[in-house]
Design a protein around this ligand. Sequence first.
Ligand code: PEP
Ligand code: MG
Length: 612
Amino acid sequence: MSTEQHGTSPDRTATGSRAGAVTGAAGAAGAAGAAGAAGAAGADATVARAAAPGAAPAAVRGVGVSPGLAAGPVARLAAAAAEPAIARLAPGADVEAEAARVTAAAEQVAGDLTAAAATVDGERRALLETTAQMAADPALVRAAQQKVREHRLDPARAAWEAAGDVADQLRALGGYMAERARDVHDVRDRLVAVLTGAPMPGVPRRAEPFVLVAHDLAPADTALLDPAQVRAIVTAEGGPTSHTAILARALGIPAVVGAGDVAALGEGRLVLVDGGAGTVTLDPDDAAVHRAAERAARVRTFDGAGRTADGHRVALLANVGDRAGAEAAAAAGAEGVGLFRTEFCFLDHAEEPSVEEQVAAYRPVLAAFPGRKVVVRTLDAGADKPLPFVTATPEANPALGVRGLRTARHAPDVLDHQLEAIAQAATAEDAEVWVMAPMVATVSEAEDFVASCARHGLGTAGVMVEVPSAALLAGPMLARAHFASIGTNDLTQYTMAADRLLGSLADLSDSWQPAVLRLIEATCRGGAQQGRPVGVCGEAAADPALAVVLVGLGVSSLSMTPRALADVAAVLAGTDLGRCRQLARAAVDAESAQDARDAVRAGLPVLTEMGL
Ligand code: PEP
Ligand code: MG
């Protein structure tokens, strides 16, 4: 994340050639939202400024990815095992016994992770189970053993190199697979810890709650975080769509990622984390700490019916990927499901799942919402989510390639079978099933999709608006389709031409960008012309301030991670529709994402009162 200097702090000091992420707290803590790229202040300058008598406390700035305010002492993540030196087995060593140590270490790591998985549920369990499977992967174990046998490498070094090879292969694939390289490194570090007898890397244990600071967090570490212990998370790396961000939001832990240099956040140092604004204030005063504690103690719940202060209904729905997610969403009061990401059910499948297998995956999600709306999205394969049975060919630009609905061009049967499975699941359950296609770009694609759905008896068919062309053509699209759901994650990626997975472009990958807001406005206009509902199911819907803007633009439903429901509901309930429209106007007319965010936050004091 690049450095940003907000407000009027006069002492910007550019002593280093590298841009850090440190600002004067007076500006940083007061400014809301994610960073852009403006100033530069070396870490040395920060520490000096923080230590100087009478100097304003410093703050570190990153990307706020999970809202909330929390203060506490820093606990730094235990360092991963160091890279083992290239050591060879001694002459006469029992090579087979050494090779067998790799198997034993893999079994131990996989066993520990599986046991840990059994203590949690939902997304956290799935994540730990995936990491356990990677640890037990016979290909990885075989590759390491080969290095022991053929190159007489010490087992720890062999495991390090074998895992490094796997991670390199994943990185070369790009997108979603490249993100998995982080999991392989986690497995590698655990194997090396077992093989060398070093302490297992991971989240520290302390008697008192703390703010966890790390260079980066392995998904398995994040999945095991206990919100009672970990008040907030700050990482140097990572972007808004990293696993850390997604899980922190799911756990309700305030988080700032992509903070760059976190050296100033030393062990035990008191910090105040604002996961909405993306700031970490060093050495906050007692009043600020007290305010944070008071806000954290206030628990908000959602009563199951979203509305503005003057009673305008806005359906608040959940994004889910499986049965556990759907059940958690129902328990959190979600009015239904606005996005069921069906591809999440089959990410590890090499072959197309049978219709029966698909029906078995879909039914429990529908069963969690009897009589309620469940929007099932057809497979969004490709780019960051390759599914081998529809996206086999490597592409130079996968995000611009054959993904989403486009996979039906060369694999029409896969779509046909899926619609058949959705229809069967819908018949077997009581949910009101709507179906939508991802990555629709043309009116004829919309028309064909609606016709395909109708052939399977699926009468409510919609389009996701993720590509600027769909937003601009919303009128004719919605003359064919029955609804639109705006995927702001991809709409932002394609409008700003900024890879949504790149932390270094987080200032561009920001749905507050006025160009994105104008496309959302155009989509709502198209929906109004045709009398069709327009919802939002991207991450923007989970931002309480942006939710107000979306409602003001005419969006009639918001779908989000269940954790965000209560905050979004509370802010909407405190704002009438006229105010939503005024603030939407101000945001759309702004010239930058930061101006849009600042204008809306300034007009919504309820956000500060609620600590959001
Ligand atoms: C989006 O793009 O906003 C969206 C909801 O789809 P996904 O995040 O699954 O690509
Ligand atoms: Mg998308």
